[in-house]
Design a protein around this ligand. Structure first.
Ligand code: NAG
Ligand code: NAG
Ligand code: NAG
Ligand code: NAG
Length: 512
């Protein structure tokens, strides 16, 4: 017996030894490979020069809800779609020269929402949950408390400096993230007059604030026609009228066109991809694109006729058009791009939808990188908050990111998936115990990963999110930051707002 074992050990030892070189060449991960990666990185980073120039342009990308676990899972998905094991992949913005962490809590909450977060990183002031463009003295949902507490944003400062401004989102253009740029309102849900008309205190709805107060805005691309059209106007794509339509008799789309005409601008209003693709940025001064009655589709569903009728552009193509229009201004521009559907997928507890939108968002960042230069453009990629997604268990290297953990079962003898949520709709108990998912296909887009706590919607999470930055002054974003610092860095780098007369800015401007 002992002798047999000895022979067996010798054989396997020998075979193992012989196999080892092959094993490495399988995916090339030899010791030389890992040490080579380090040495290449060192060669590159050791030569990094601080870019202390002026940012003529600032582009801020917000992956809504793109917490760190979402970035990791997104990069694994990207690698696996490219036929790799996945973990070794990078999303392109992870290669930006500087990264930092952002503390996302709001004035009144450990875990923030998109409204208080956008107020914080666009206006530079932490605020209360649910409020937009107001400081922490206002009370959510109370119209009368919003007056006198209004605060300005990087968008206002950029307009004052003579720059062109605009934004792209895959949510409604009146939704919390973009509205943090331009609205001052005590309740993020007051997107149309259907919500404000019964308020006492004279609060103007978010859509009306955009059209009335921001005629300067040259790019508005996203969803949300319902808050711009009268309730009795037929939606061109849906063929119905939204119950959220306007009751004040205003057709804000028509008013936007008239306003742009009044500014002598060659403007375009579009609501589908065909018309979008026909816009010539060289001759177009301003664009309003409203591609859905409400939010735009998940990128995963964009070509699915069950969801999308008239066709809508990708976030990458919207970003490209935005930059081409805005960059005609010799004073530069400020652009915000929001990947909103990452957040929506997570709220539904459907990680696959969220992660495919991470990849669509990455393409938008790539597009911007391709057509801008880090010499004069500060690009920031960050998130407003995370989600409760976890990547756990000990799945094998290369195990499908949407698959069950392949190395072990749970204590109840049933399989579990690598991706799980802490809370949300994925909570399932059948007959007193966790369901058996052995025969469940967990890789389909509609699959809801299991959750520990039942909630109507999966929630945001409170841990830090990452900031990725390149371009002028991007090194200021290394380290651990309050999310509100980001507004200051953008203003300082582009010499606007409180920093428009800052000595360093003036010096750089004259020397540059
Ligand atoms: C606003 O008031 C009208 C008339 O009193 C009422 O019918 C409607 O339901 C109210 N709307 C909201 C959103 O409360
Ligand atoms: C797109 O919009 C244009 C302008 O309103 C319209 O003529 C065209 O039919 C629309 N295309 C589709 C596919 O709905
Ligand atoms: C962008 O639009 C072009 C057509 O103008 C299309 O061929 C391309 O696939 C689009 N890109 C994305 C990422 O959707
Ligand atoms: C419920 O669980 C009990 C105890 O485990 C089992 O005896 C019973 O068959 C189960 N019922 C169903 C409908 O699965």
């Amino acid at each position: 017996m002992t002798r047999l074992l000895l022979v067996y050990a010798l054989l396997t030892g020998t075979i193992g030894f012989l196999l080892r070189p092959d094993e490495y060449s399988g995916n090339g991960e030899t010791p030389t490979h890992w040490r080579g990666l380090a040495s290449n990185m060192i060669k590159q980073k050791a030569r990094l020069q601080l870019n202390v120039g002026v940012a003529k342009n600032v582009i801020m990308f917000i992956g809504d809800g793109m917490g760190i676990s979402t970035v990791t899972a997104g990069r694994i998905l990207k690698g696996q779609l490219a036929g790799q094991t996945g973990e070794e992949e990078y999303l392109s913005f992870e290669n930006f020269p500087y990264t930092g962490l952002s503390k996302t809590y709001s004035q009144d909450s450990q875990v923030t929402d998109s409204a208080s977060a956008s107020t914080s990183y666009f206006c530079g002031v932490k605020a209360n949950i649910g409020t937009l463009g107001l400081d922490g003295r206002s009370t959510r949902g109370q119209c009368s408390t919003q007056h006198n507490y209004e605060i300005s944003s990087i968008l206002d400062w950029s307009i004052a400096a003579g720059k062109s401004v605009g934004f792209v989102t895959t949510a409604r253009v009146t939704h919390a993230t973009p509205a943090g740029l331009y609205a001052n309102i005590a309740e993020r849900h007051w997107e149309g007059d259907i919500y404000t008309r019964n308020q006492t205190g004279g609060c103007k709805d978010i859509a009306a604030q955009l059209v009335d107060d921001y005629k300067q805005m040259q790019v508005i691309l996203g969803g949300g026609r319902e808050f711009f059209q009268r309730f009795d106007q037929m939606d061109p794509e849906r063929g119905d009228n939204s119950r959220y339509g306007r009751r004040d008799g205003r057709d804000l789309i028509q008013e936007w066109k008239t306003g742009q005409h009044g500014l002598n601008r060659n403007s375009a209003y579009v609501w589908n991809e065909t018309a979008f693709n026909q816009i010539d940025p060289t001759t177009t001064d301003s664009v309003l694109g409203l591609f859905e009655q409400s939010h735009m589709q998940y990128d995963y569903d964009r070509f699915d006729p069950r969801y999308e009728k008239a066709g809508e552009p990708s976030i990458a193509n919207m970003t490209e058009l935005a930059i081409k229009i805005l960059s005609k201004n010799p004073n530069g521009y400020f652009l915000m791009v929001e990947g909103a559907k990452i957040d929506h997928g997570h709220h539904e507890g459907r990680a696959k939808l969220a992660l495919y939108d991470v990849l669509a968002f990455e393409k938008a960042v790539d597009t911007a990188d391709r057509i801008t230069s880090e010499t004069d453009t500060l690009t920031i990629v960050t998130a407003d908050h995370g989600h409760t997604l976890s990547i756990s268990g000990y799945p094998s290297r290369g195990n499908g990111i949407f698959d069950k953990v392949d190395t072990s079962l749970a204590q109840d003898g049933k399989p579990y998936t690598t991706l799980l949520y802490a809370n949300g709709q994925g909570y399932r108990v059948h007959n007193g115990s966790r369901p058996d998912i052995t025969n469940v296909d967990t890789t389909i887009d509609q699959y809801q990963q299991e959750a520990a706590v039942p909630l109507a919607q999966e929630t945001h999470s409170g841990e830090d999110v990452a900031i990725y930055a390149r371009g002028p002054m991007s090194h200021l974003l290394t380290g651990v930051h309050e999310d509100s610092n980001i507004a200051g860095v953008m203003a300082y780098a582009s010499c606007v707002g409180a920093y428009s007369n800052y000595a360093d800015c003036a010096a750089s401007l004259t020397s540059g």
